[in-house]
Design a protein around this ligand. Structure first.
Ligand SMILES: C[S@@+](CC[C@H](N)C(=O)[O-])C[C@H]1O[C@@H](n2cnc3c(N)ncnc32)[C@H](O)[C@@H]1O
Length: 273
């Protein structure tokens, strides 16, 4: 074995130890992904003998618990790549349950409203699946709106800044939302990747985590077409409370879909016809 590869492997082992000490579960896998970020997929040809010179700096960021997705500036969702900026909530795989539930509830729709669009991931996934539909995404964060516009480029969507649906007129076949639903007092105890890097506006659901559901459901009767469906992402243990808020606005629960971990994640609502 030549000295250089051995030296490279020793450097890599030290970086893996650094990530492990910081509480990262799969340090070697993450280092491979950071190597690809630094040097492209071709740089893996020399792996693990020649770690990229930038790997040290990227490892330091990850060891400080910056999420990998934030370091690389993008996240895959529904097989599409989404630009991430600091103002944007990092899309979660569990939110694909919302897309699945919406497509099952509304095999055909012409109009879709996404409240709290963030990166635009829900809207982009839905519009990609139904080319005949057009969409409107709303977010209170202007930075998120800018990122969503870029992520939705080429799709028939408009993104506007707003406070939920306050300024939205008209009716929609489909309304989706993944609102902030963490009770405010629980945010300090979240993992650093979430607490320190997802925008607070995207997490904080008020004292009981339900403020955004109250605001969205209050406007739903005037937003949803009579035969339409609304799909709301749920936080852990919130299904009964959200169903009660929906019932008070005249909606019935048509379906509740679990995420990959078996947790009820997407609630489908329809009008009581
Ligand atoms: C949990 S994130 C969801 C983002 C994206 N839809 C997703 O599923 O990844 C919640 C989003 O709601 C937005 N938001 C929070 N309060 C809002 C409000 N009053 N009006 C509109 N959007 C709001 C946040 O900026 C954030 O982008």
């Amino acid at each position: 074995m030549s000295a250089a590869p051995a030296e490279g492997r020793a450097r890599l082992a030290a970086l893996a130890d650094r990530l492990a000490a910081a509480g990262i579960d799969e340090p070697r896998r993450e280092l491979r992904l950071l190597q690809i970020e630094a040097g492209g997929a071709a740089s893996l040809a020399g792996w693990p003998d020649s770690p990229h010179p930038c790997l040290e700096a990227l490892t330091a960021r990850r060891a400080a618990r910056e999420p990998l997705s934030r370091i690389v500036g993008r996240r895959e969702f529904w097989s599409r790549d989404f630009l991430l900026t600091p103002e944007v909530f990092d899309p979660r795989p569990d939110s694909e349950t919302v897309v699945e539930a919406a497509l099952a509830a509304m095999p055909s729709f012409r109009t879709v409203l996404d409240l709290g669009t963030g990166s635009g991931c829900l809207l982009a996934a839905l519009l990609a699946e139904r080319p005949e539909a057009r969409g409107l995404g709303i977010d209170r964060s202007r930075g998120a709106c800018r990122a969503a516009r870029r992520n939705l480029a080429g799709l028939p969507a408009i993104v506007a800044a707003g406070d939920w649906a306050r300024a939205v007129g008209g009716r929609f076949d489909l309304v989706v939302s993944n609102p902030p639903y963490i009770p405010g007092a629980e945010i300090a105890a979240l993992m650093p990747e979430v607490r320190d890097h997802d925008p607070r506006l995207a997490l904080d659901g008020g004292a009981d985590g339900l403020d955004a559901y109250r605001a969205i459901l209050a406007d739903l009767p005037r937003l949803l077409s009579p035969a339409g469906a609304a799909v709301l992402e749920l936080g852990f243990g919130q299904a009964d409370a959200v169903a009660a808020l929906a019932a008070a606005q005249g909606f019935r629960v048509r379906d509740i879909r679990p995420d990959l971990g078996g947790i009820p994640r997407a609630m489908v609502l329809g009008s009581r016809l």
